[in-house]
Design a protein around this ligand. Structure first.
Ligand SMILES: Cc1ncc(COP(=O)(O)O)c(C=O)c1O
Length: 376
């Protein structure tokens, strides 16, 4: 069990939505905000601003077993994904392959660039449980495929894709594999270089247990020369040597860092990721899956169907339950919060439960008992 100091006002079992921020992350962010409120640049000078993203880059490189040079920091997963999409700019006649079950922000940046450059976006369909047959994604890939963009773990039912298999499929047609790891990073062990992913983005406020305002990106050495779609004064290798007539991009992933952001959020997220590094991501994964097992067995006993994949290869710690006939998922989520202080989310008509390291088996027992008391 992990030792975590956390207030227990709520039982938050909804890390796929918003984490209860790591107390260490919250402290670091608050200290930074206090310093700025005291003295602006007197307490956060140019050097501090220039190096403020390094702690998060370092901590994330440990988490993903890659070099610091492969990591960049942004303000959101969507901003990083957009910059990558505009950098790749799939050419006219090419196609981008993804899934209909994806979170919109995973696909929208690609739809937008495809609209400008004349590429086609192909989305694989899902079934009633939001399950996407990976073979149906593979079937959309052809010689014209420029990009495969996948959420490593889908947000609504927690389905996890085999990134190594998709990376192999991408290589065969000379396409790129871009991944949204917002629903996996911090929960699932990710060996970025060996998974063969070309680029990856993840928000900080879910499984990484940071707050809003900071996200991380992985850019593989293969894409080191990519010219970011979004640029600003921070894009120049020596950001304080400010001249608008040229920009020399850093020779590493930090070329995707282009602007000021809530540095406190980034410093805080660094602390949260360090915690995960210290706990060990394999142990975190085991813990989270153990809680997922308790959700599955408890919910099945109550007569709920499990919409999420439960096989080892495709499961994750996101467990989505189909409510019985006549029971509405929005109403269940609302009542759990109002009457029991238990936070889950309602997505696509399913009750989505997503436990993480702040949760203990007792939290799941409370959830199952509350769900049981609500059934007709
Ligand atoms: C898969 C996925 N990507 C991206 C996001 C949103 O990311 P951000 O708010 O950092 O843009 C979410 C939020 O639920 C998500 O589930």
């Amino acid at each position: 069990m992990f030792t975590i100091e956390a207030p227990k006002r709520w039982i938050n079992i909804s890390y796929a939505n918003i984490a209860t921020t790591s107390p260490a992350a919250h402290r670091a962010a608050a200290e930074w905000a206090d310093a700025i409120a005291r003295g602006g640049a007197a307490e956060f000078d140019g050097d501090a601003e220039q190096s403020a993203l390094l702690p998060l880059r370092r901590a994330t490189s440990r988490l993903l077993a890659c070099g610091v040079a492969d990591i960049c920091v942004g303000s959101s997963a969507t901003a990083l994904m957009s910059s990558i999409a505009w950098a790749i700019a799939p050419r006219e006649g090419s196609n981008v392959v993804s899934t209909q079950a994806s979170f919109p922000s995973t696909v929208y940046p690609w739809s937008r660039v495809s609209e400008s450059f004349g590429a086609e976006v192909r989305l694989a369909a899902h079934d009633d449980d939001m399950y996407t047959d990976p073979n149906s994604v593979m079937a959309l890939i052809d010689e014209q495929t420029a990009v495969i963009v996948l959420s490593h773990v889908e947000y609504s039912n927690g389905q996890r894709y085999d990134l190594e298999a998709f990376s192999k499929a991408a290589r065969e047609v000379d396409a790129l594999l871009i991944t949204d790891a917002t629903q996996s990073m911090g929960m699932v062990p990710i060996d970025a270089p060996n998974f063969g992913v070309d680029a990856m983005v993840a928000s900080g406020y879910k499984w990484l247990r940071g707050s809003f305002g900071a996200a991380v990106g992985y850019v593989s050495p293969r894409l080191r020369e990519l010219n970011p779609g979004l640029v600003g004064f921070r894009s120049h290798a020596d950001m304080w040597d400010m001249r608008p007539d040229r920009v020399d991009l850093p020779r590493d992933a930090s070329r995707f860092e282009y602007t000021t952001l809530h540095f406190g959020a980034a410093l805080g997220l660094a602390e949260a990721v360090k915690e995960l590094d210290n706990f060990g991501i394999d142990e975190v994964w085991e813990h989270d899956l153990g809680l997922a097992d308790l959700i599955i067995s408890g919910a099945e006993e109550l007569g709920f169907d499990i919409a999420s994949p439960t096989n080892e290869a495709e499961r994750s710690a996101i467990v989505s339950l189909r409510p019985p006939e006549g029971v509405d998922s929005d109403a269940v989520a609302f009542d759990l919060q109002e009457d029991h202080g238990i936070i889950v989310s309602s997505r696509s008509g399913l009750i989505r439960v997503s436990p993480h390291i702040d949760n203990v088996p007792e939290d799941i027992a409370r959830l199952i008992s509350a769900l049981g008391s609500m059934l007709p």
